[in-house]
Design a protein around this ligand. Structure first.
Ligand code: GDP
Length: 201
């Protein structure tokens, strides 16, 4: 997919106030500092469409971007930032739950995971929750340039092994790097394919 336009639409903390358009929507979510803003900028070939987080945990909003005037890319807040208080974690949970439960336009989520890290409880639990609520998702492994050519497949294999403790099969996944652009075409073509199927149906 070629990105001919990528525009910011609105930021919201209330799912009911999100755009009313019926366009297909894809949500990006992951732990703070996972590389979400960098990935969104890389995918859209825009330097600063999503704000790279100087202060992780501070961008607690649902951010809608319209791509090629045909689909929404949604930048959801980063979760699991240690310095966020317990009460604000609860608020966060509530509004993310509301987003995923209510947003009928949502086609699929992308759960971002830093490929260097061991599987994190918060990510595993979040994916479990998506599964239980029948919300389709793919995993996006970020920062793949930070691992050597040998270490990367080993790390993905270890992650897969952990996932298979809870899942019948490994969910669809992508390996990306915002530095090198790895995975850009794969992710965009995946979205384009779903969009064209939706158009035909
Ligand atoms: P966010 O908090 O999830 O939005 O993460 P950011 O996009 O702000 O990235 C967090 C840090 O990781 C920044 O210092 C980025 O420059 C760095 N980063 C993000 N993606 C990559 C990547 O693919 N490769 C490398 N080497 N660094 C990255």
């Amino acid at each position: 997919m070629k990105i001919s336009s990528a525009e910011f639409v609105m930021s919201n903390s209330d799912v009911d106030k999100c755009p009313k358009d019926k366009l297909p929507e894809y949500a990006f979510i992951g732990r703070s500092n996972v590389g979400k803003s960098s990935l969104i900028n890389m995918l859209t070939s825009r330097k600063s469409l999503a704000k790279t987080s100087g202060r992780p945990g501070k961008t607690q909003l649902i951010n809608h971007f319209i791509i090629n005037k045909t689909w929404f890319l949604v930048d959801l807040p980063g979760y699991g930032y240690a310095r966020v208080s317990k009460s604000s974690k609860k608020v966060f949970q509530k509004f993310i739950t509301a987003y995923f439960s209510k947003r009928v336009q949502l086609v699929s989520a992308f759960v971002l995971v830093d490929c260097r890290h061991e599987p994190q409880k918060i990510d595993l639990e979040f994916m479990q929750w998506l599964g239980e609520n029948q919300i389709p998702f793919s995993i996006i492994f970020t920062k793949s340039d930070k691992l050597s050519k040998n270490k990367l497949p080993a790390q993905i294999a270890a992650y897969t092994e952990e996932m298979l403790k809870y899942w019948e099969e490994m969910p669809n996944y992508f390996i990306t790097s915002s530095s090198s652009g790895l995975g850009k075409e794969d992710v965009l073509n995946y979205i384009a394919e779903i969009n064209s199927k939706l158009k035909k149906s």
